[in-house]
Design a binder for this molecule. Structure first.
Ligand code: COA
Length: 320
């Protein structure tokens, strides 16, 4: 018998307000056609003025708890991947802990931008393997609409808000299930490629700054290599993969990475058209919607891969 971190539940939440590409045509020199062709994005959700990351994360978490048939006090730890917490501190995770009515365990945030959910899954897996926690609620939640410069057409059309959550549980099993391989990377020399010009250095929240073209080239290369590394660590090959669940930044990055991995697009969960880039929320959103659509089924081998500011990138191989 081997201890494995196995998925017990998944859920997501999207704010009510849907913003189609056409909304940007009124204020920016852009078109629906340009955005769709260059990024694959058709619309995204934006949070209401009184709706923050912890609100989105709480709803996604509750959906995952409902699916698992668990209550908040059955959870040992909450890890929230986010770059847009409600406040500088406390963590979004402790706010979600309170909103869920959870009166035990511990909670903290992980900040690895768009790769955050992969880093959070790796953290949860490590905690389960070390005996620190048995049931871990892993949430990716973002309100990137609050750090968008709505006059910068190169960035503001690409991002959206949302949240997704997964519950991992440690189980002793003979089965080839749960998290099987993890690969994490970062390289701070690329920090200028994607950052927010805010925080302690400026005294303001700041806005996203991005070198889109340069980042695009790094993304395909690094996503394919981290997916390969995670598969190798899991003792699996490309042929074993049922679904790639990529970070949903740009359809052309998703297609380029799948091609490099030799996996056909009918084995890739794609949601970017409906949500845009929701940063750390994008993979758990895609997992939840992939299950809802009937794409991801028990026993399927998944590779989740993501890259974001830092740069930070990584992949997780898991059997659903
Ligand atoms: N509408 C119309 N034109 C736009 C535009 C928009 N919303 N945004 C940029 N452009 C213009 C540029 O200004 C440029 O014009 P110029 O040639 O006159 O200077 C032209 O379109 C081409 O820009 P370029 O950056 O070469 O386009 P691209 O094909 O690389 O696509 C991105 C731009 C941003 C969609 C693409 O680079 C990308 O997706 N990069 C990765 C971004 C990403 O995923 N970031 C998050 C990672 S976690």
């Amino acid at each position: 018998m081997t201890l494995r971190a196995i998925v017990r539940g998944v859920g997501h939440y999207l704010p009510d307000r849907i913003v189609p590409n056409s909304e940007f045509e009124a204020t920016l020199d852009t078109t629906d056609e340009w955005i769709k062709t260059r990024s694959g994005i058709e619309c995204r959700h934006f949070a209401a003025p009184d709706e923050f990351t912890s609100d989105l994360g709480t709803k996604a978490a509750q959906a995952a708890l409902d699916m698992a048939g668990l209550s908040a006090n059955d959870i040992d730890a909450v890890i929230v991947a986010t770059s847009t917490p409600d406040m500088t501190f406390p963590s979004a995770a402790t706010m979600i802990q309170e909103k869920l009515g959870m009166e035990r365990g511990f909670a903290f945030d992980v900040q690895a931008v768009c790769a955050g959910f992969v880093f959070a899954l790796a953290n949860a897996n490590g905690m389960i393997m070390s005996g620190q926690a048995n049931r871990v609620l892993v949430i990716g939640a973002e309100t990137f609409s609050r750090i968008l410069d709505m006059t910068d057409r190169g960035t503001c059309v690409l991002f959206g808000d949302g949240a997704g959550a997964v519950i991992l549980e440690g189980q002793d099993t003979d089965a080839d299930r749960g998290i099987l391989g993890v690969d994490l990377n970062s390289d701070g020399r690329y920090r200028d490629m994607l950052y927010v010009d805010g925080g302690m250095t400026s005294g303001q929240t700041g806005f996203i700054k991005m070198q889109g073209n340069a980042l695009f080239r790094q993304a395909v290369e690094k996503l394919a290599s981290t997916a390969d590394a995670a598969l190798l660590k899991a003792g699996k090959t490309h042929e074993d993969v049922d679904w790639i669940v990529p970070h949903q930044a740009n359809i052309r990055i998703i297609q380029g990475t799948a091609k490099k991995l030799g996996v056909s697009m009918d084995k890739v969960v794609v949601t970017v058209q409906d949500h845009g880039n929701t940063s750390a929320a994008s993979i758990p959103l895609a997992l939840s919607i992939g299950v809802q659509r009937g794409q991801i089924k028990p026993g399927d081998l998944l590779v989740a891969e993501a890259i974001g500011g830092g740069l930070a990138w990584g992949a997780v191989v898991l059997r659903w």
